[in-house]
Design a protein around this ligand. Structure first.
Ligand code: GTP
Ligand code: MG
Length: 269
Protein backbone atom coordinates (compact mmCIF):
# COMPACT_ATOMS: atom_id res chain seq x y z
CA UNK A 1 0.00 0.00 0.00
CA UNK A 2 2.16 2.82 -1.20
CA UNK A 3 -0.53 5.05 -2.64
CA UNK A 4 -1.17 8.35 -0.96
CA UNK A 5 -3.55 11.27 -1.09
CA UNK A 6 -2.50 14.82 -0.20
CA UNK A 7 -4.99 17.26 1.33
CA UNK A 8 -4.47 20.67 -0.27
CA UNK A 9 -6.18 24.04 -0.03
CA UNK A 10 -5.77 27.61 1.20
CA UNK A 11 -4.76 28.21 4.84
CA UNK A 12 -7.54 27.88 7.42
CA UNK A 13 -9.91 25.86 5.24
CA UNK A 14 -9.87 22.95 7.70
CA UNK A 15 -7.22 20.64 6.22
CA UNK A 16 -5.71 19.64 9.57
CA UNK A 17 -9.17 19.31 11.08
CA UNK A 18 -10.09 16.92 8.27
CA UNK A 19 -6.79 15.06 8.72
CA UNK A 20 -7.49 14.62 12.44
CA UNK A 21 -10.96 13.30 11.66
CA UNK A 22 -9.35 10.81 9.28
CA UNK A 23 -6.81 9.77 11.93
CA UNK A 24 -9.65 8.53 14.11
CA UNK A 25 -9.86 5.77 11.49
CA UNK A 26 -6.13 5.09 11.47
CA UNK A 27 -5.48 1.36 11.21
CA UNK A 28 -4.38 0.10 14.61
CA UNK A 29 -1.70 -2.28 13.44
CA UNK A 30 0.29 -0.01 11.18
CA UNK A 31 3.19 -2.49 11.17
CA UNK A 32 1.09 -4.65 8.84
CA UNK A 33 1.68 -2.00 6.19
CA UNK A 34 5.02 -1.45 4.52
CA UNK A 35 5.75 1.94 6.04
CA UNK A 36 6.18 1.55 9.72
CA UNK A 37 7.52 5.01 10.45
CA UNK A 38 4.60 7.36 10.29
CA UNK A 39 5.29 11.07 10.28
CA UNK A 40 2.97 13.32 12.28
CA UNK A 41 1.30 14.53 9.12
CA UNK A 42 0.84 11.08 7.56
CA UNK A 43 -2.04 8.80 8.43
CA UNK A 44 -2.82 5.29 7.23
CA UNK A 45 -6.59 5.16 7.17
CA UNK A 46 -8.75 2.04 6.97
CA UNK A 47 -11.10 1.94 4.00
CA UNK A 48 -14.68 1.28 5.19
CA UNK A 49 -15.65 -1.98 3.48
CA UNK A 50 -19.02 -3.67 3.84
CA UNK A 51 -17.85 -6.80 2.02
CA UNK A 52 -15.00 -7.23 4.48
CA UNK A 53 -17.51 -7.03 7.34
CA UNK A 54 -19.68 -9.70 5.74
CA UNK A 55 -16.69 -11.96 5.10
CA UNK A 56 -15.63 -11.50 8.70
CA UNK A 57 -19.06 -12.61 9.90
CA UNK A 58 -18.94 -15.63 7.59
CA UNK A 59 -15.42 -16.80 8.34
CA UNK A 60 -14.97 -15.62 11.91
CA UNK A 61 -11.19 -15.16 11.58
CA UNK A 62 -8.84 -14.34 14.46
CA UNK A 63 -7.65 -11.24 12.67
CA UNK A 64 -9.11 -8.92 10.04
CA UNK A 65 -6.96 -6.39 8.20
CA UNK A 66 -8.67 -3.72 6.09
CA UNK A 67 -7.33 -2.07 2.98
CA UNK A 68 -5.89 1.35 3.66
CA UNK A 69 -5.14 4.68 2.05
CA UNK A 70 -2.37 7.01 3.15
CA UNK A 71 -3.43 10.62 3.72
CA UNK A 72 -0.97 13.49 4.02
CA UNK A 73 -1.76 16.86 5.61
CA UNK A 74 0.02 19.28 3.30
CA UNK A 75 0.88 22.88 4.26
CA UNK A 76 -1.65 25.46 3.10
CA UNK A 77 -0.90 27.24 -0.14
CA UNK A 78 -1.61 30.77 -1.30
CA UNK A 79 -1.35 32.70 -4.55
CA UNK A 80 2.19 32.36 -6.00
CA UNK A 81 3.02 29.32 -3.88
CA UNK A 82 4.77 27.99 -6.99
CA UNK A 83 7.26 30.87 -6.55
CA UNK A 84 7.72 30.08 -2.86
CA UNK A 85 5.09 32.49 -1.50
CA UNK A 86 3.77 31.56 1.97
CA UNK A 87 4.86 28.03 2.79
CA UNK A 88 5.15 27.37 -0.93
CA UNK A 89 8.32 25.32 -0.84
CA UNK A 90 7.12 23.11 1.97
CA UNK A 91 3.91 22.66 0.05
CA UNK A 92 5.65 21.71 -3.17
CA UNK A 93 8.00 19.21 -1.52
CA UNK A 94 5.05 17.33 0.00
CA UNK A 95 2.71 17.53 -2.94
CA UNK A 96 5.21 15.89 -5.26
CA UNK A 97 5.08 12.72 -3.17
CA UNK A 98 1.37 12.05 -3.50
CA UNK A 99 -0.62 10.10 -6.11
CA UNK A 100 -3.84 12.07 -5.86
CA UNK A 101 -5.16 15.24 -4.31
CA UNK A 102 -8.10 16.11 -2.09
CA UNK A 103 -8.67 19.79 -2.74
CA UNK A 104 -10.49 21.15 0.32
CA UNK A 105 -12.48 24.35 -0.19
CA UNK A 106 -13.89 26.44 2.63
CA UNK A 107 -17.58 27.28 2.67
CA UNK A 108 -18.08 27.43 6.43
CA UNK A 109 -18.63 30.86 7.92
CA UNK A 110 -16.94 31.51 11.23
CA UNK A 111 -15.91 35.00 12.30
CA UNK A 112 -13.37 33.56 14.73
CA UNK A 113 -11.49 31.82 11.88
CA UNK A 114 -9.85 34.32 9.56
CA UNK A 115 -9.89 33.79 5.82
CA UNK A 116 -6.68 34.45 3.91
CA UNK A 117 -8.57 36.45 1.29
CA UNK A 118 -10.97 37.98 3.83
CA UNK A 119 -14.26 36.60 2.44
CA UNK A 120 -15.98 33.26 1.90
CA UNK A 121 -15.91 32.60 -1.85
CA UNK A 122 -15.50 28.91 -2.74
CA UNK A 123 -15.32 29.44 -6.51
CA UNK A 124 -12.57 32.07 -6.24
CA UNK A 125 -10.58 29.95 -3.78
CA UNK A 126 -10.91 26.86 -5.97
CA UNK A 127 -9.53 28.78 -8.95
CA UNK A 128 -6.57 30.14 -6.95
CA UNK A 129 -5.54 26.67 -5.79
CA UNK A 130 -6.18 25.06 -9.19
CA UNK A 131 -3.96 27.66 -10.84
CA UNK A 132 -1.16 27.14 -8.31
CA UNK A 133 -1.25 23.38 -8.84
CA UNK A 134 -1.09 23.95 -12.57
CA UNK A 135 1.76 26.46 -12.38
CA UNK A 136 3.67 24.09 -10.14
CA UNK A 137 3.27 21.46 -12.88
CA UNK A 138 1.25 19.11 -10.71
CA UNK A 139 -0.93 16.83 -12.81
CA UNK A 140 -2.73 14.59 -10.42
CA UNK A 141 -6.28 13.35 -10.10
CA UNK A 142 -8.23 15.76 -7.90
CA UNK A 143 -11.24 15.25 -5.66
CA UNK A 144 -12.90 18.57 -4.83
CA UNK A 145 -14.40 18.72 -1.36
CA UNK A 146 -16.40 21.52 0.22
CA UNK A 147 -15.95 22.04 3.96
CA UNK A 148 -19.29 23.24 5.22
CA UNK A 149 -21.73 22.98 8.09
CA UNK A 150 -24.57 23.35 5.64
CA UNK A 151 -25.64 20.54 3.24
CA UNK A 152 -27.04 23.12 0.85
CA UNK A 153 -24.01 25.41 0.80
CA UNK A 154 -23.70 27.17 -2.53
CA UNK A 155 -21.21 29.29 -4.42
CA UNK A 156 -19.79 26.32 -6.30
CA UNK A 157 -21.02 23.41 -8.42
CA UNK A 158 -23.83 21.38 -6.78
CA UNK A 159 -22.36 17.91 -7.25
CA UNK A 160 -19.23 18.66 -5.23
CA UNK A 161 -18.68 16.35 -2.24
CA UNK A 162 -19.69 18.15 0.96
CA UNK A 163 -18.22 17.30 4.32
CA UNK A 164 -17.93 18.89 7.72
CA UNK A 165 -14.34 18.48 8.88
CA UNK A 166 -15.26 19.56 12.40
CA UNK A 167 -17.99 16.97 13.00
CA UNK A 168 -16.64 14.30 10.65
CA UNK A 169 -19.79 14.20 8.54
CA UNK A 170 -19.08 12.83 5.06
CA UNK A 171 -15.67 11.37 5.96
CA UNK A 172 -16.55 7.78 4.96
CA UNK A 173 -17.71 8.98 1.57
CA UNK A 174 -14.50 10.96 1.18
CA UNK A 175 -12.34 7.90 1.91
CA UNK A 176 -14.36 5.88 -0.63
CA UNK A 177 -14.05 8.52 -3.31
CA UNK A 178 -10.32 8.93 -2.68
CA UNK A 179 -9.96 5.16 -3.13
CA UNK A 180 -11.82 5.37 -6.45
CA UNK A 181 -9.68 8.32 -7.46
CA UNK A 182 -6.56 6.21 -6.96
CA UNK A 183 -8.11 3.72 -9.36
CA UNK A 184 -8.00 0.90 -6.85
CA UNK A 185 -10.00 -2.29 -6.50
CA UNK A 186 -10.06 -4.67 -3.54
CA UNK A 187 -9.30 -8.38 -3.37
CA UNK A 188 -9.34 -10.59 -0.31
CA UNK A 189 -7.19 -13.37 1.11
CA UNK A 190 -8.00 -15.77 3.94
CA UNK A 191 -4.77 -17.10 5.39
CA UNK A 192 -5.28 -20.51 7.00
CA UNK A 193 -8.90 -19.58 7.72
CA UNK A 194 -7.54 -17.35 10.49
CA UNK A 195 -6.45 -14.10 8.90
CA UNK A 196 -8.76 -12.18 6.61
CA UNK A 197 -7.15 -9.36 4.65
CA UNK A 198 -8.48 -6.81 2.19
CA UNK A 199 -5.82 -5.69 -0.30
CA UNK A 200 -5.90 -2.75 -2.63
CA UNK A 201 -4.74 -3.29 -6.19
CA UNK A 202 -4.62 -1.08 -9.27
CA UNK A 203 -7.46 -1.72 -11.73
CA UNK A 204 -6.30 -4.03 -14.52
CA UNK A 205 -3.53 -5.66 -12.50
CA UNK A 206 -2.95 -9.41 -12.65
CA UNK A 207 -2.87 -12.38 -10.30
CA UNK A 208 0.92 -12.11 -10.39
CA UNK A 209 0.75 -8.45 -9.27
CA UNK A 210 -1.73 -9.44 -6.57
CA UNK A 211 0.59 -12.18 -5.32
CA UNK A 212 3.44 -9.70 -4.98
CA UNK A 213 1.18 -7.39 -2.95
CA UNK A 214 0.86 -10.23 -0.45
CA UNK A 215 4.46 -11.47 -0.51
CA UNK A 216 7.33 -11.24 -3.01
CA UNK A 217 7.98 -15.00 -2.61
CA UNK A 218 4.42 -15.71 -3.66
CA UNK A 219 4.93 -13.87 -6.91
CA UNK A 220 8.32 -15.54 -7.56
CA UNK A 221 7.06 -19.07 -6.95
CA UNK A 222 3.58 -18.47 -8.36
CA UNK A 223 1.89 -21.68 -9.59
CA UNK A 224 -1.76 -20.71 -9.81
CA UNK A 225 -4.45 -18.77 -8.03
CA UNK A 226 -7.73 -20.20 -6.80
CA UNK A 227 -10.35 -17.51 -7.18
CA UNK A 228 -13.97 -17.15 -6.11
CA UNK A 229 -16.04 -14.00 -6.36
CA UNK A 230 -17.27 -12.42 -3.14
CA UNK A 231 -20.90 -13.07 -4.16
CA UNK A 232 -20.33 -16.75 -4.94
CA UNK A 233 -18.46 -17.33 -1.70
CA UNK A 234 -21.19 -15.66 0.35
CA UNK A 235 -23.84 -17.67 -1.47
CA UNK A 236 -22.06 -20.99 -1.00
CA UNK A 237 -21.31 -20.21 2.65
CA UNK A 238 -17.73 -21.48 2.82
CA UNK A 239 -14.61 -22.11 0.77
CA UNK A 240 -15.30 -25.85 0.75
CA UNK A 241 -18.91 -25.40 -0.32
CA UNK A 242 -17.73 -23.05 -3.08
CA UNK A 243 -15.38 -25.76 -4.29
CA UNK A 244 -18.09 -28.41 -4.21
CA UNK A 245 -20.35 -26.16 -6.26
CA UNK A 246 -17.58 -25.66 -8.82
CA UNK A 247 -17.38 -21.93 -8.08
CA UNK A 248 -13.62 -21.85 -7.50
CA UNK A 249 -11.69 -21.07 -10.65
CA UNK A 250 -8.04 -21.88 -11.32
CA UNK A 251 -6.31 -18.86 -12.78
CA UNK A 252 -2.81 -18.24 -14.08
CA UNK A 253 -0.36 -15.37 -13.64
CA UNK A 254 -1.91 -13.12 -16.25
CA UNK A 255 -5.50 -13.33 -14.96
CA UNK A 256 -6.82 -9.81 -14.35
CA UNK A 257 -8.04 -9.58 -10.74
CA UNK A 258 -11.64 -8.41 -10.41
CA UNK A 259 -12.95 -6.20 -7.63
CA UNK A 260 -14.23 -8.48 -4.85
CA UNK A 261 -12.23 -11.57 -5.83
CA UNK A 262 -11.30 -13.84 -2.93
CA UNK A 263 -7.97 -15.43 -3.79
CA UNK A 264 -5.81 -18.27 -2.56
CA UNK A 265 -2.35 -18.38 -4.08
CA UNK A 266 -0.56 -21.65 -4.70
CA UNK A 267 3.18 -21.19 -4.90
CA UNK A 268 6.55 -22.96 -4.64
CA UNK A 269 9.20 -21.68 -2.30
N1 GTP B 1 -16.95 26.46 12.03
C1 GTP B 1 -16.09 25.59 11.49
N2 GTP B 1 -14.80 25.72 11.76
C2 GTP B 1 -13.94 24.85 11.20
C3 GTP B 1 -14.36 23.79 10.34
N3 GTP B 1 -13.29 23.11 9.93
C4 GTP B 1 -12.23 23.71 10.51
N4 GTP B 1 -12.61 24.75 11.28
C5 GTP B 1 -11.77 25.65 12.08
O1 GTP B 1 -10.93 26.40 11.24
C6 GTP B 1 -9.68 26.65 11.86
C7 GTP B 1 -8.56 26.23 10.92
O2 GTP B 1 -8.61 24.83 10.73
P1 GTP B 1 -7.34 23.98 10.32
O3 GTP B 1 -7.81 22.60 10.18
O4 GTP B 1 -6.21 24.26 11.21
O5 GTP B 1 -7.06 24.64 8.89
P2 GTP B 1 -5.88 24.29 7.88
O6 GTP B 1 -6.49 24.27 6.53
O7 GTP B 1 -5.15 23.10 8.32
O8 GTP B 1 -4.96 25.58 7.98
P3 GTP B 1 -3.38 25.71 7.64
O9 GTP B 1 -2.67 24.54 8.23
O10 GTP B 1 -3.00 26.99 8.28
O11 GTP B 1 -3.26 25.78 6.16
C8 GTP B 1 -9.68 25.87 13.17
O12 GTP B 1 -9.99 26.77 14.20
C9 GTP B 1 -10.82 24.88 12.98
O13 GTP B 1 -11.43 24.54 14.20
C10 GTP B 1 -15.78 23.67 10.08
O14 GTP B 1 -16.24 22.79 9.36
N5 GTP B 1 -16.58 24.60 10.69
MG1 MG C 1 -3.11 22.75 8.82
Amino acid sequence: MGLSVGIVGLPNVGKSTLFNALLKRQVANVAAYPFTTIEPNVGVVAVPDERLERLRELINPEKTVPAAVKFIDVAGLVKNAHQGEGLGNQFLAKIREVDAVVHLIRAFEDKSVSHYYASIDPQRDKEIVDLELKLAGIKKPVLYVLNTNDEKAGGIEDEILKICAKTGRGIEKLIHEAYQLLNLITFYTIKGGRELTAWSLGKGQTASDAASRVHTDMAKGFIKAEVVSFENLMQAGSWLASRNKGKIRLEGKSYVIQDGDVVEFKFNL
